[in-house]
Design a protein around this ligand. Sequence first.
Ligand code: PBG
Length: 307
Amino acid sequence: MSADKVRIGTRGSALALAQATETRERLVAASGRPAEDFEIVVIKTSGDRILDRPLSEVGGKGLFTKEIEDALLAGTIDLAVHSSKDMPTILPDGLTISAFLPREDVRDAFVSPRAESLSALPPGAVVGTASLRRQAMVKRARPDLAVVTFRGNVQSRLAKLAAGEVDATLLALAGLRRLGLEHVVTAAIAPQEFLPAVGQGAICLESRADDDATSALVASIHHGDTGVALALERAFLHELDGSCRTPIAGWARVVGESVIFDGEILTPDGSVAHAIARSGPIGEAAAIGREAGRVLKERGGPRFFQG
Ligand SMILES: NCc1[nH]cc(CCC(=O)O)c1CC(=O)O
């Protein structure tokens, strides 16, 4: 960290900028330093450049994080702000997740001008989503619907929906709230129906492992319960080691001194799914996640993890 300014690296999408701004506001409040001490640096990632193909086809992990991590390693930024959902489970050598901010609502939002809910859509209606997990869950709930891949940032997806390209879409409620767009939500979907993605709704802060000044600064805004939940979810995801073609869901939350977890893997067409539920002491979060991942991997067998 340079003596005067803390340089905060982020993607340039409206959601990414909202997350970086929230981080800066929390740092200002916790440190008592002026906002000018925190400089937001916009970095373009491969995920921002490639807009014409489903990301699962582009392949490779870290499409939304790599260039930002390179800037951290090069020392041109001090702190990176990411959606935890977009973070690979293995970080480059020399980097560490130094804090999580308090998690937003984890639920998926159903957004449609045509129907009140997924179950109320007319037969054959078209649902657009780029997420393999959401595609599989829509197909499971409504095998009669047409599911199409639908990429772009939140605003461009809402524009396509308004233009009638699709009849409905699903987006993270957290992202819509952070963008001040909660009013577009038709219905929030219960997590029991659509189990969220690992990390959904949680912002994570990454820094250089040897940068003690930045670690100390961000420790003051770390949210412990979110950290416990994410330790479990990320251990689960890491153990499954799914390719980016495997629909995987997982949600952990702290209740008192315990952590409660639900996880699921599905085939892309939603026809076969394996679910798991676990709970235990918060101190064992990562071990619980690893065990749950091992059990589901075993139950799914190799067909879940091809491609
Ligand atoms: N993969 C894109 C992405 N990464 C994080 C969010 C939403 C915010 C969050 O989950 O924290 C989104 C968009 C979406 O799923 O609607």
